[in-house]
Design a protein around this ligand. Structure first.
Ligand code: PHB
Length: 397
């Protein structure tokens, strides 16, 4: 392993990125955010956070006091899941492990929010069938891709259009998972409504083909996510809730910028959030995936969508905004983004590979390269063995 020698580091310690900001009830000391990152180290069966490694992983990345981290997506229920090695936050055994993780991060005087996750059609129909679970989606069609359709057929678990009672059950499980998170010590929860997972599927005009009040119009497509927002605000308070969107994302067969109505759809739901804010219930933040990354599996600079921006969000939403998308190698873009005093920047891949990422950005130190092959590998390698800057120097990077 080595430093990324093509990157010329720039110290950002004197920019707004290192100005404190309050998010919800958390007094952050800077505006670098660790975004939710799937790592696939949880135990199967049970979707329990890794007992040997997970606490250390979050500990290493939260050493800079006053940092805000968001967990990898955590399933709100078994029915919302389907990836064997991603964690959940519905069972007592899962919560017991999460407790240890929150405690570590708090020892570092940093903050950890839980991303609440439901997969919808991005799940695996055969895995769900194995566990006696439905393969859920907004509507019976379209399938995400030909492979999912084939698997669903073989497993005799066809894509299932959620009934209204089942939507209600999901909302109840979001509430339970949020309460579990806070009771275990989390600082807040983030609703995952991005990257082509269940709530994003409901928002997408080409994926959601429902004809009831959850589909067929912009307002109807926003309904499920807004009902989740309202239920969580009621249950844990608006200062403990954030939400993530990826308007231009095409991962998991979302429409992205190819759909002329996509900005209108997101403008609507964000407008509804701002309405609630003006009525006294402002969510802690909105988290946006930038069109700089339309698919998280692509390497930096590929799959950028150049014909749209998230600027429209600023015209509507007047609260804090976290922006994510290939920013670690672009200090000039980061510096510009944080100028307005309500923007935070998320850094994923390079923070995975640099446990002391915040200090390196502050001081302009070189960055370790990341190894994509270990992003999802069930190993300590690539998870808790990336060196700090001093260690890297000793190792001859
Ligand atoms: C992934 O597991 O690759 C993944 C999970 C959640 C996302 C994006 C990607 O939002």
């Amino acid at each position: 392993m080595s430093f990324n020698k093509d990157f010329k580091p720039v110290a950002l310690g004197d920019t707004n990125l290192f100005k404190p900001i309050k998010i919800g009830d958390c007094e952050l000391q800077h505006r670098c955010v660790y975004p939710p990152l799937t790592r696939m180290r949880a135990a199967h069966p049970g979707n329990v956070p890794n007992k040997d490694w997970a606490a250390e992983y979050y500990d290493q990345r939260s050493k800079f006091p006053g940092s805000m981290l968001i967990t990898e997506g955590a399933f709100i229920s078994a029915q919302a899941g389907g990836y064997d090695n991603a964690p959940g936050i519905w069972s007592d055994e899962q919560v017991a492990e999460w407790k240890k993780i929150f405690a570590k991060v708090h020892e570092n005087k940093s903050f950890l929010w839980v991303q609440l996750w439901a997969l919808g059609y991005a799940s695996y129909p055969d895995t769900m069938a194995r566990d006696g679970l439905r393969y859920d989606a907004p509507s019976e069609n379209p399938y995400m891709d030909a492979e999912s359709k084939e698997k669903a057929k073989k497993a005799n678990n066809p894509q299932h259009s959620l009934t209204k009672a089942e939507i209600k059950e999901y909302i109840d499980n979001y509430v339970k998972a949020a309460k579990n998170s806070l009771a275990a010590g989390a600082d807040g929860v983030e609703i995952h409504s991005a990257n082509g997972y269940l709530l994003n599927q409901f928002l997408d005009p080409n994926v959601n083909q429902r004809t009831d009040e959850y589909g067929g119009s912009i307002e109807n497509r926003s309904r499920f996510a807004l009902e989740v927002v309202d239920a969580l605000v009621e249950a844990v308070g608006e200062s403990k809730v954030g939400i993530r969107f990826s308007p231009y994302g095409t991962f998991n067969t979302m429409s992205g910028g190819a759909e002329t109505g996509i900005v209108a759809q997101f403008a609507h739901i964000i407008g509804e959030l701002e309405k609630r804010a003006r009525a006294g219930k402002r969510l802690a933040y909105i988290h946006l995936v930038e069109p700089r990354v339309t698919n998280p599996f692509l390497t930096e600079g590929t799959g950028e969508y150049d014909d749209g921006t998230n600027d429209f969000v600023y015209s509507i939403w007047k609260g804090p905004i976290i922006r994510a998308g290939n920013l670690a190698l672009h200090p000039e873009i980061t510096t510009e983004m944080v100028k307005d005093d309500r923007t935070l920047c998320a850094f994923g891949r390079y923070w995975i590979a640099n446990p002391d990422f915040v200090e390196r950005v502050q001081k302009g130190l070189p960055l370790n390269k990341y190894n994509r092959d270990t992003f999802y590998k069930m190993s300590a390698e690539g998870y808790i063995d990336y060196p700090t800057y001093d260690e890297a120097v000793k190792l001859g990077y």
